[in-house]
Design a protein around this ligand. Structure first.
Ligand SMILES: C[S@@+](CC[C@H](N)C(=O)[O-])C[C@H]1O[C@@H](n2cnc3c(N)ncnc32)[C@H](O)[C@@H]1O
Length: 328
C-alpha cells in the first residue's frame, strides 16, 4: 500500500467502524455459525436491503472479519467468529460505536481544551447522560462486564496474599475483585469501600460472595478506612487527573500501616510505537470521561507525590498489571 493509500484507508476508519456496527446490530456473526450464506439470504432474515448489506460485508471481508467465497456466499473468519454473542468484543463494540463514536466527531475540542468532547456533543457529562438513558447505561454495563471478563480472577491469581491479613478494596464497586481474592485466600478479611450506591450492590452479593467483609460507604477524597494491610484500587486511578489521583493515594497512605502495601490494578501504556489497545482506550477516556491511562513512570510519579514508592510491577494473565507501592 502506498503512503497515500495508507492515509486514505486511515481516513476511512469511520466507514470500517460503522460497518462493524451494522454487522453487530444485525448479529451477522451468529447467523453464519452454521455455515456461509448469501447476502440475500441474510438480508431476508434481518429485514434489510440485500445489496447494501453485501457492500457492508465486502468492506468487512477486506478487513478480515468475514470471507466471501467465489460463489458469492459470506462466511466467518477467526476474527468474525470472535464477534459472536457471548464473546467480549460484541458487547464492547456495540457500546463503543454508539455515543462514544459520535463524541469523537468533536475530538478537536478535547485536543484544544483537554476536556471531554462528549460533554459538548451531548450537553452532559458521560455518567450523568447515562443515568438519563437507561438503555445506553445497560449497554455500557454489558460492555464493561465483557471487557473485564477474567480480569478480576487474573488480578487475584497474580498476587501472593499469604503474609497479609486484611485487604481493603477501595472503589471496589460490585465487589467482584474482592470476592475473587477472598475465594483464593480464606485467611483474609475484607473491606469493601465505595460510594453508598456501590457498597449497596456489593452487599447484595452482585459480585459474588464476600465472607468476613466489612462494607463501608464513603468518599475517598475525604478519607478511606484504616485497618487493612493491603489496599487495592482496580481501575480507579485511571478515572482521575493527577491532582485528584494524588489526593486518593494520599488518603490511602495516611492509613497505611508501616508494613502495608498499596496495589493499583491498571493497564500500563507501553513505551514505543507499536499498536496497543490501551492507547485507543486512553484517547477514548480523553474524549468521553476525562480520565487517562498512564505509563509506569507516570504512576511512579503519582506514588511519589503521595509519599509512596513504587516497589514492583507484577504482570497478570490478563491485559492489566499490578503496581505495588509502599510508604516512601
Ligand atoms: C471504574 S469503577 C472501578 C470499580 C472496580 N474497582 C472495578 O474494577 O470493577 C470506579 C469505582 O470508584 C467508585 N467511586 C467513584 N468516586 C468515588 C468516591 N468519591 N469515593 C469512593 N468511591 C468512588 C465508583 O463508585 C466505582 O465503583
Amino acid at each position: 500500500m502506498s503512503p497515500e493509500e495508507h492515509l486514505t484507508r486511515l481516513g476511512f476508519g469511520f466507514a470500517i467502524s460503522q460497518s462493524l456496527k451494522a454487522a453487530v446490530d444485525l448479529d451477522i456473526a451468529d447467523r453464519l455459525v452454521a455455515g456461509a450464506r448469501s447476502a440475500e439470504d441474510l438480508a431476508a432474515e434481518c429485514g434489510v436491503h440485500a445489496g447494501a448489506l453485501a457492500r457492508v460485508l465486502r468492506v468487512l471481508c477486506a478487513e478480515g472479519v468475514f470471507h466471501e467465497e467465489p460463489s458469492g456466499v459470506f462466511g466467518l473468519t477467526a476474527v468474525g467468529d470472535a464477534l459472536r454473542a457471548g464473546r467480549g468484543p460484541l458487547d464492547f463494540l456495540r457500546m463503543l460505536n454508539a455515543e462514544p463514536y459520535l463524541a469523537f466527531d468533536k475530538l478537536s475540542h478535547s485536543v484544544r481544551t483537554g476536556e471531554p468532547s462528549f460533554d459538548v456533543v451531548f450537553g452532559l457529562p458521560r455518567f450523568t447522560w447515562l443515568a438519563q438513558n437507561p438503555e445506553a447505561a445497560k449497554a455500557f454495563q454489558a460492555a464493561m462486564v465483557a471487557y473485564g471478563r477474567g480480569v478480576n480472577e487474573a488480578v487475584a491469581d497474580a498476587y501472593d496474599f499469604a503474609g497479609c491479613s486484611t485487604v481493603a478494596d477501595i472503589g471496589g464497586g460490585h465487589g467482584r475483585l474482592l470476592s475473587a481474592i477472598l475465594a483464593r485466600n480464606p485467611h483474609l478479611k475484607g473491606i469493601l469501600f465505595d460510594l453508598p450506591s456501590g457498597v449497596e450492590e456489593a452487599r447484595k452479593g452482585v459480585g459474588g460472595p464476600l465472607p468476613n467483609t466489612s462494607f463501608i460507604a464513603g468518599d475517598f477524597f475525604e478519607g478511606v478506612p484504616a485497618g487493612a494491610d493491603v489496599y487495592i484500587l482496580k481501575k480507579v486511578i485511571h478515572d482521575w487527573d493527577d491532582e485528584k489521583s494524588v489526593a486518593i493515594l494520599t488518603a490511602v497512605r495516611r492509613v497505611l500501616p508501616p508494613h502495608g502495601r498499596v496495589l493499583l490494578a491498571e493497564t500500563l501504556v507501553p513505551p514505543g510505537n507499536a499498536f496497543s489497545t490501551i492507547k485507543l482506550i486512553d484517547l477514548t477516556m480523553l474524549a468521553i470521561t476525562g480520565g487517562l491511562e498512564r505509563t509506569e513512570d507516570e504512576y511512579a510519579s503519582l506514588f511519589a507525590r503521595a509519599g509512596l514508592s513504587l516497589s514492583r510491577v507484577i504482570p497478570t494473565a490478563a491485559a492489566i498489571q499490578l503496581l505495588e507501592a509502599k510508604d516512601a
